[in-house]
Design a protein around this ligand. Sequence first.
Ligand code: NAD
Length: 325
Amino acid sequence: MTQGKKVLVCGAGGFIGHHLVRRLKLEGAWVRGVDLKFPRFSSTDADDFAVGDLREQSFVREIIDQRFDEVYQLAADMGGAGYIFTGENDAAVMHNSALINLNVLEACQKRNIKRIFYSSSACMYPEYNQRDPENPMCSEDSAYPAAPDSEYGWEKLFSERLYLAFARNLGIEARVARYHNIFGPEGSWNDGKEKAPAAICRKVAQALDGGHIEVWGDGEQTRSFLYIDECLEATIRLMRSDWTGPVNIGSEEMVTINELTDIVADIAQKSVQKNHIDGPTGVRGRNSDNRLIEEVLGWKPSQPLRHGLEKTYAWVNRQVLSNSK
Ligand code: NAD
């Protein structure tokens, strides 16, 4: 069904966007990618790739020059806890990402493009429901009263509402996913924007057997992590479904950061001691709630966390080895 479709991927130089372009090309779509930069670790499969700034309205109008069948809007100013929870990047995160969404939506509406996917985040869920690491609540209907713990989460919430307002008033068919910690090869691993799985893989890869690695906080904060291939499958299913509300795309296999570290160390066949240090940790507990996605898309993740971590560790380990040459 993808054969012959014209698709635009905004953020195609980033982690998820790059993988998404590859997947859409395999399915036979014609794809234009847009980003501030080309993908960092391998070349893009896009038929056409425009490097430019989606904060510039004139550039956005230039690249949205035809009626695409599908637009995936993944571009955002984002990163892991070391980027979005320190407070240092708050103004940039809010201003840059909001501008991108405002510009892309307006240009799509002017071209009569209907179907637009928007990648929101679990970071929009209220902090007060995520204090108990054993029982965090992230059902889609628990979003309000809103109280995200970061400006990144507030921008996601604002932009979700923006897409839904364009759907209500202007005929846009918005599809909104709330991603929960997507990971896999070819993501940030050493540039300050890496997230826990890649950071832990890097630290374990760099550690000597029996050595120490640093873990932010006490490591008892909980999260779930979804492998990139599963994320793409759910994204495309949601995009082509009739469901119009926000939906979680994540895993329900919740682990503590200490457990995540143990799994990675086991994969690497190394014994490592955890040295807990101060660092930005985000909410105390978070897990995807997949009841709605199972009900409306008949989909749930099929692979255990360890499976994705094996592939990710192998990739990060290769980067560490080739960087140390
Ligand atoms: P990423 O940072 O790898 O990709 C985002 C891309 O957007 C980057 O390549 C960046 O250069 C591009 N971009 C930023 N500003 C731009 C601009 N002004 N003009 C053009 N391009 C610009 O992030 P990702 O992990 O691939 O995430 C994709 C989307 O999914 C983001 O919207 C993110 O907020 C959301 N999300 C991701 C996760 C996750 O775990 N990866 C979780 C929740 C939500």
